[in-house]
Design a protein around this ligand. Structure first.
Ligand SMILES: *Cc1c(COP(=O)(O)O)cnc(C)c1O
Length: 389
């Protein structure tokens, strides 16, 4: 018996559908790790490191415990610490600024470009001081930041560029992959990312061999060789079960990325077909970018966004808000002294963005249900008319 479309549940993310499609490969990979009883680092992890580095076009990949650590470890390897400043976007997942804070350095925010949600290079130079050491551009939702402009600024001022590529594995900029667009990059394999493990995992990529060695040492308590500690590091190891799962999934990543792009294209067509493409702001792929759509994020007038989200939830359509509070207004960063109005474009995005269901297996029928439901809400609530008036 098939469900009627009106009662269809459309989750924001459906990891079970992906597992179903590769169950045999995954189960065999897991069984092989269990048989080996080799759980921490080891051949699966070094295999994944080589494969992710090759996939991105980087010379070195260093696996670690999470995407958050993949941001923190290179900052520490660069000896960023108290008295230093690191420039980043106020519109990202918390870990971007959290990593800066954990080193003792000060996060310095620069507002975003509304169309791409990424840091605005035109505003970076005004934020640079003699204490600035690093710029962390975030490739939000799966589209890279404007790296040509960012790298030019970094070069002029002798700054290091660390990509937050957590949402952007496979994304390209002028034909080059995320992970090779700065001096180093941080990837996350959190389950909801485009390449997601069965738990937490992350990786640093870089072409800088000294940096790679230091990150690799920091993830094992600063130890090299065994029981000789040069500095105090962390336990931030990647485990073999995660690596085995990720190696299987990496083989499917390009096909999944193409499927995500098709889902994005269908969403856009559906918004036009429903006659509501001008009532919301749809995501755009900028020239010379290859967007991998970790998220498909629309903007809706702030006075209707939360009501739309609740209406969709009542129809069992899952959505998310990435992110409802910009980083400069988080309570834990209160000592930075920011207030509402400091980064108005990030603040507006926080009130207006809505991420629709997005995963490679999402069907056209489910998407039609999502956009049809949005259209009914928008027409009933006259969304967008305030803006036009
Ligand atoms: C997911 C994410 C992180 C952190 O990754 P974890 O693996 O969850 O620690 C960092 N930055 C961005 C932009 C992310 O989306």
């Amino acid at each position: 018996m098939s469900l009627s479309i009106e009662s269809q549940r459309v989750p924001a993310l459906d990891l079970k559908a992906q597992y179903e499609s590769i169950r045999d490969e995954i189960d065999a990979a897991l069984r092989s790790v269990v048989e080996s009883q080799y759980f921490i680092l080891g051949p699966e992890v070094s295999g994944l490191e080589a494969e992710v580095a090759a996939y991105s076009g980087a010379e070195h990949g260093i696996g670690c415990a999470s995407g958050s650590d993949a941001l923190l470890l290179p900052l520490l390897a660069l000896e960023v610490g108290p008295g230093d400043e690191v420039i980043t976007s106020p519109y990202s997942f918390f870990a971007t600024a959290g990593a800066i804070w954990r080193t003792g350095a000060k996060p310095v925010f620069v507002d975003i470009i509304p169309g791409s949600y990424n840091i605005d290079p035109a505003k970076i130079e005004a934020a640079i001081t003699p204490r600035t050491k690093v710029i962390i551009p975030v490739h939000l939702y799966g589209q890279t930041a404007d790296m040509t402009a960012i790298n030019a600024i970094a070069e002029r001022h002798g700054l290091f560029v660390l990509e937050d590529a957590a949402q952007a594995i496979g994304a390209k900029y002028h034909g080059r992959s995320a992970g090779t667009l700065g001096h180093a990059a941080a990837f996350s394999f959190y389950p909801s990312k485009n390449l997601g493990g069965f738990g937490d995992a992350g990786m640093v990529t870089t072409n800088d061999v000294e940096l790679a060695k230091r990150v690799a040492r920091l993830r094992v308590h600063g130890m090299e060789p065994k029981y000789h500690h040069h500095e105090v590091g962390f336990n931030s190891r990647l485990d073999a079960i995660q690596a085995a799962v990720l190696r299987v999934k990496l083989r499917h990543l390009d096909a999944w990325t193409e499927a995500r792009r098709l889902v994005a294209e269908r969403y856009k067509n559906l918004f036009f077909a429903e006659g509501i493409a001008d009532k919301v702001v749809l995501p755009t792929e900028q020239a010379d970018h290859y967007h991998v759509f970790n998220q498909f994020v629309i903007r809706v007038d702030a006075q209707h966004r939360d009501a739309l989200r609740a209406d969709l939830a009542s129809k069992h359509i899952g959505t998310e808000i990435y992110y409802p509070i910009p980083l400069h207004l988080q309570v834990c960063f209160g000592s930075l002294g920011h207030k509402a109005g400091d980064f108005p474009l990030a603040e507006a995005a926080a009130l207006e963005t809505l991420a629709l269901p997005m995963y490679p297996e999402l069907t056209e029928a489910a998407q039609a249900h999502v956009v049809g439901s949005i259209a009914r809400f928008i027409k009933a609530a006259a969304v967008g008319n305030e803006r036009a008036a």
